[in-house]
Design a protein around this ligand. Structure first.
Ligand code: ZN
Length: 137
């Protein structure tokens, strides 16, 4: 499907005549196809933005005054999605904050295996993540 010598329109499937690199029969098919690609991409963006907002709302609800400790299960019960965050902050080797806009949490595991999270408000010094700093060959 992705080669450069299509013999049929990528939108409607009609046979293509003319230039060998032609992909659509006309501007209508080209626009319709590209709009559909945009719509699909837009759906993904909207879905992630909505999860991010929901995570932020949960963190705000659980920590209205700056800092609190909650059980992981509470976050799960409220629908928190741990795969979605807007940035990260690494305070130390075992202390990483996952931020959703201006709220964030850091996972805690204690010796009894109890999994909790410290929820915080994002601080100004937390905005400087360096992706290459933590990768080693
Ligand atoms: Zn067409």
């Amino acid at each position: 499907m992705d080669n450069m010598t299509n013999d049929s329109c990528k939108k409607c499937g009609s046979p293509l005549l003319g230039r060998i690199d032609k992909q659509f029969c006309d501007a209508y098919c080209r626009n319709a196809f590209n709009n559909n690609v945009k719509r699909t991409e837009e759906k993904e963006i909207i879905a992630i933005n909505s999860k991010l907002r929901k995570n932020r709302r949960i963190l705000k609800t659980l920590s209205p005054v700056g800092k609190s400790t909650v059980r992981k299960e509470v976050m799960i019960a409220m629908g928190y999605d741990f795969n979605i965050f807007s940035s990260m902050y690494r305070a130390s080797k075992n202390n990483i904050y996952y931020l959703c806009y201006e709220y964030g949490f850091s996972p805690i595991v204690n010796s009894r295996g109890v999994e909790k999270a410290v929820i915080i408000n994002k601080q100004s010094y937390m905005g400087d993540w360096k992706p290459w700093k933590y990768v080693h060959a």
